[in-house]
Design a protein around this ligand. Structure first.
Ligand SMILES: Cc1cc2nc3c(=O)[nH]c(=O)nc-3n(C[C@H](O)[C@H](O)[C@H](O)COP(=O)(O)OP(=O)(O)OC[C@H]3O[C@@H](n4cnc5c(N)ncnc54)[C@H](O)[C@@H]3O)c2cc1C
Length: 429
């Protein structure tokens, strides 16, 4: 593995080259697709190590037609900003119609399922805002100038600053902030650099963010529509999936000016193992994960917070940064669990009562809005009701939807508990 920061080209690929990929999320799977399609590496020489017994990482879901579904990630992407993803999906046949690529399938779905949110934000008096133009974003001239400053000033000037140290307090009451923070799951106490990066990447989408026109959605969950077809394609090319393998550490060649992995250490079924990496091999690592150490609750139990950094992605990242500089800073992500945690939820209903209430309250039909944010919610709660069925094997007459709360440690407006202490029934209430 050679990082660009170390300024050396990777050794040339030979017919003995092996590719080791740590992480079976979309990043690891994409690395494998590009190695085959663009790097012309035979699939049999590509090995993906995944700590869980399933692929997909943040995009995985649990559940079945007989059990409730549980999903992490949503399903919205942006045509302009997610170019690598479209390039990836243009190589992959769709599961529902192998004559089409996944990219074609997604674009066709979005042509026939137009989004046009009747409300993106809704307040406690049921006033809806669909934010068709800049005006209702509520930004003052000072806020606008601050946003431009944020985009233009070098990143190094913003390091170690919270978002609320940069903007006027009134900025956080604007519709712009409510849409921005809920879209990107970012809070005013988060890092300013994170906000700057999102602003730079999605500036073109700001004016339509409230109507949902900026977003492209997948016909089904990301796991069904993207992960499963990619995994099928990789399997057909002979890629080996080393499931249940937690990579814990790596040894590097002693050198100041290049970064070369010599050994990969992993645990499988409780047994410690290692792989010797040879010259010409390549190693790709997913470091950190938005769903690292996630825990699931139920209708009757709240999830239990895990702060022990047990997840493979933290273990590996923390171990390798002790050995070499230039590999990032895991503590920026894993040492403030209370500030960075969030609660997401997913419901499977066997009758349409909730969907009907949602339509009456928001004016949106399922799939018409990216998400709806309750402006006055203490929990900073948003819900997302996609086109149904959302999961490919979802039985007819069931409804699957979800949401999140970005301020989980504040007492709720109606249920007088912290969101992080609520079970599913209390959240649905
Ligand atoms: C609730 C939620 C909503 C989201 N909504 C959107 C959205 O609408 N649009 C959007 O674009 N993005 C969204 N995202 C973000 C998006 O899902 C993630 O950015 C993306 O899935 C990350 O992919 P990844 O492969 O980098 O990492 P992950 O999906 O985290 O996968 C990493 C994988 O690597 C494995 N792994 C890590 N370390 C090791 C190790 N040492 N050994 C073995 N295995 C290891 C993990 O087990 C995991 O399976 C959302 C995320 C969440 C959680």
């Amino acid at each position: 593995m050679v990082s660009p920061e170390f300024g050396k080209k990777p050794p040339a690929v030979t017919d003995k080259t092996q590719i080791y990929i740590v992480g079976g999320g979309i990043a690891g799977l994409s690395a494998a697709v590009f190695a085959i399609r663009d790097g012309h590496i035979p699939g049999k020489d590509i090995h993906i190590f995944e700590a869980y017994d399933h692929l997909g990482g943040s995009m995985h879901y649990a559940g079945s037609p007989d059990e409730p579904y549980y999903l992490h990630a949503a399903w919205k992407v942006n045509v302009e900003a997610h170019q690598c993803m479209w390039d990836l999906l243009s190589a992959i046949p769709s599961l529902t119609d192998p004559g089409k690529t996944v990219k074609d399938e997604v674009f066709e779905f979005n042509r026939t399922h137009k989004k046009d949110a009747k409300s993106r934000l809704i307040d406690k008096d049921k006033n809806r805002t669909d934010i068709p133009e800049y005006g209702p974003l509520g930004l003052s001239w000072r806020d606008r100038i601050d946003l431009i400053r944020l985009i233009l000033i070098p990143e190094s000037w913003h390091e170690n600053r919270r978002i609320d140290s940069f903007f006027a307090p009134s900025f956080f009451a604007t519709n712009f902030w409510k849409v921005f923070s809920s879209t990107f799951a970012i809070e005013y106490w988060n890092d300013l650099v994170e906000m700057k990066r999102y602003m730079r990447r999605f500036t073109h989408a700001v004016h339509t963010a409230g109507t949902g026109h900026a977003e492209t959605v997948f016909p089904y969950t990301l796991y069904d529509s993207a992960i499963q077809p990619i995994a099928k394609w990789l399997g057909e090319h002979g890629v080996s999936f080393e499931m249940g393998c937690k990579v814990t550490d790596m040894d590097f060649k002693p050198s100041q000016d290049e970064l070369t992995v010599e050994q990969i250490h992993y645990i499988r079924n409780g047994e410690k193992k290692k792989i010797v990496v040879n010259k010409g091999d390549n190693v790709f690592v997913t470091n950190g994960s938005m769903v690292a150490d996630w825990r699931r609750g139920s209708m009757t139990e709240a999830p239990v917070l895990e702060t022990g950094k047990l997840d493979g992605s933290w273990t590996l990242w923390e171990n390798i940064v002790k050995k070499r500089s230039g590999l990032g800073n895991p503590s920026a992500f894993d040492s403030h669990v209370n500030e960075s945690k969030w609660v997401t939820f997913c419901f499977t209903c066997k009758d349409p009562t909730f969907i009907k209430l949602y339509e009456q309250f928001t004016g949106n039909k399922p799939g018409q809005a990216d998400m709806v944010t309750f402006k006055d919610s203490n929990w900073h709660m948003s819900i997302l009701v996609p086109d149904q069925p959302f999961v490919m094997d979802q039985p007819e007459g069931t409804y699957c939807f979800g949401g999140c709360g970005l301020a989980p440690d504040v007492e709720g407006n109606y249920v007088k508990k912290k969101l992080s202490e609520c079970n599913g029934e209390e959240i649905l209430t």
